[in-house]
Design a binder for this molecule. Structure first.
Ligand code: HEC
Ligand code: HEC
Length: 475
């Protein structure tokens, strides 16, 4: 071997010593984030919905603005942004931290912890069917006028993610892949927060849930709107729940959670005891007639979105049903759909029997869409690769002693034993003098008449997994 090659090896060895060491006998684990995107973009722009979700009462409520129709590349960029912790100041929180796919894009906390552990003021919201909220406003109190306006708000919120838009733009520009993704989505690699807003909104609007048991049963049901008549694909209990849900004289739920998206066109007051003095829309607009009004969320996947209501006050669906059964509170702004005997009447009290309460829960459970919860289109695109399992040794776990030596030299390795290693002895000119091989963690070599001076030992680990060079001096 020539001295030049030796120099290269030393450089390599130096680089290796910078790796983290996980513990005796284990390779160092260095992970690198990777991005796993499909070769052919997923279809977001043209999802084939079943007929009942293509009805005008659903489609006419679509809040997609003219300038931001969903494209496959735009939603793909939105997907990457949605799962990227770079969007929070200390890179610990992504949108997906509080909006988890397996929970229909909400979380299971009453209030959600942000990037520094502080709690949000309200309960995280499921994002499925956000697209079909007709008035197009967002948040429980509807303070965001559009989804495009909403998507930049959590990023800048000092509890949620705490990042400025300037930092956001420069962080994204400092990656290999964002300029490419922006180019695919918007025709130019330039990164602006405005485009971030558009892409995130496209991704959120693409979240349509259409493969629940309800949807399957609906497709084999007699034609016409869903109502009190039983469906062949439902159990007796689910059919009872469905009847109560749609019956204007009993649950009357569909009067607000209406259409096949199970969502209202706008905010309502559903008679919660406003213990927290949260004024909802009224707190934002200052309009006294809007005090106690909140966004009416879609009930699709609702069995997974506990706890419930804007403040997460109800642990389970049983408590929600109990509220609608006999817990509606009087309020000047109580919505008429929850009043008995006319728009000024007292709160409705349908007083469901235990069997009816159970049936309503069973019906709500048919709205769970397992395919939506696992569909790759909405899943985390980030992956991890291990960058270095191949260098399980550093200066610290290869000991050569005594050094300088007089006669015998010992080597000790801090490595799993039973491997076959090779050891080479070079003189100061880089000339190979001897070759040894050994297994296990220890080896000794004899001087055998070598003249005093500087030598180099090169160790090549089992199977070429790593190599290391050390100087050795004979006195
Ligand atoms: C720390 C938790 C947290 C993070 C991070 C977070 N959200 Fe939210 N999200 C919430 C909470 C809580 C609400 C309800 C807040 C309210 O109404 O005041 C909400 C509401 C929303 C809504 C409104 C839904 C509707 O129907 O009105 C959308 C859309 C949304 N978030 C998208 C996002 C996006 C996109 C990101 C990332 C840029 C994100 N969220 C990051 C907790 C979070
Ligand atoms: C007057 C309109 C109205 C009617 C009628 C109505 N709801 Fe609601 N519902 C709302 C509003 C508004 C909210 C959100 C209120 C809040 O959080 O402050 C809500 C919230 C819910 C939630 C919690 C959703 C979540 O993600 O936290 C469930 C579950 C629910 N309703 C089920 C029902 C059922 C079942 C019925 C019939 C028994 C019903 N609703 C009748 C307006 C209505």
């Amino acid at each position: 071997m020539k001295p030049k090659a030796l120099g290269l090896l030393l450089t390599f060895a130096f680089a290796l010593s910078a790796l983290a060491w996980q513990g005796p006998g284990q390779p160092p684990n260095e992970y690198e984030t990777c991005l796993d995107l499909p070769g052919v973009l997923f279809n977001y722009a043209d999802i084939q919905l079943p007929n009942h979700l293509r009805l005008p009462n659903v489609q006419d409520a679509d809040n997609t603005p003219a300038g931001n129709s969903i494209t496959d590349a735009g939603a793909t960029l939105g997907r990457v942004l949605f799962y990227d912790t770079r969007l929070s100041a200390n890179q610990t929180i992504a949108c997906a931290s509080c909006h988890k796919q397996e929970l229909a894009f909400t979380d299971d906390a009453s209030l959600s912890p942000g990037f520094e552990g502080g709690l949000t003021g309200r309960n995280s919201m499921s994002l499925a069917m956000a697209r079909y909220y007709q008035n197009g406003r967002f948040f429980w109190d509807e303070r965001a006028a559009t989804l495009e306006e909403q998507t930049l708000m959590p990023i800048q919120d000092h509890i949620e993610m705490g990042l400025t838009l300037e930092e956001l733009e420069s962080r994204l520009a400092n990656t290999e892949y964002y300029p490419l993704l922006f180019e695919e989505a918007f025709g130019s690699p330039e990164i602006t927060s405005g485009k971030v807003a558009l892409a995130l909104a496209q991704f959120v609007r693409s979240m349509v849930s259409y493969q629940s048991r309800y949807d399957l049963a609906r497709q084999t049901a007699p034609p016409g709107p869903p109502g009190v008549a039983p469906w062949p694909a439902f159990t007796v209990e689910e059919n009872l729940g469905k009847a109560l849900f749609f019956d204007a004289n009993r649950g009357n739920c569909a009067a607000c959670h209406g259409t096949e998206a199970f969502i209202a066109p706008g905010p309502r007051n559903n008679g919660l005891d406003l213990i927290s003095q949260d004024e909802g829309l009224g707190g934002v607009t200052g309009n006294p007639q809007q005090i106690g009004l909140f966004k009416t969320p879609s009930l699709r996947n609702v069995a997974l979105t506990a706890p419930y209501m804007h403040d997460g006050r109800f642990e389970g669906l049983e408590e929600v049903i109990q509220h609608y059964s006999n817990g509606i509170q009087p309020h000047p702004n109580l919505s008429p759909q929850l009043r008995a005997g006319g728009p000024a009447g007292p709160p409705r009290r349908p007083n469901f029997s235990p069997a009816e309460r159970q049936a309503l829960v069973a019906f709500l459970e048919t709205l769970t869409d397992e395919a939506f919860l696992t569909d790759e289109r909405w899943a985390d695109p980030f992956c991890e690769t291990m960058v270095s399992t191949t260098a399980p040794i550093s200066q610290d776990n290869w000991v050569v002693f005594p050094n300088p030596a007089t006669d015998r030299v010992h080597l000790r390795l801090d490595l799993p034993s039973g491997q076959e290693h090779q050891l080479f002895l070079f003189n100061a000119n880089g000339q190979l003098l001897r070759t040894y091989s050994f297994s296990g963690n220890q080896f000794s070599l004899q001087r055998d008449g070598l003249p005093a001076g500087l030598y180099h030992l090169q160790l090549i680990l089992d199977g070429g997994q790593g190599q290391w060079v050390k100087p050795l001096v004979f006195q």
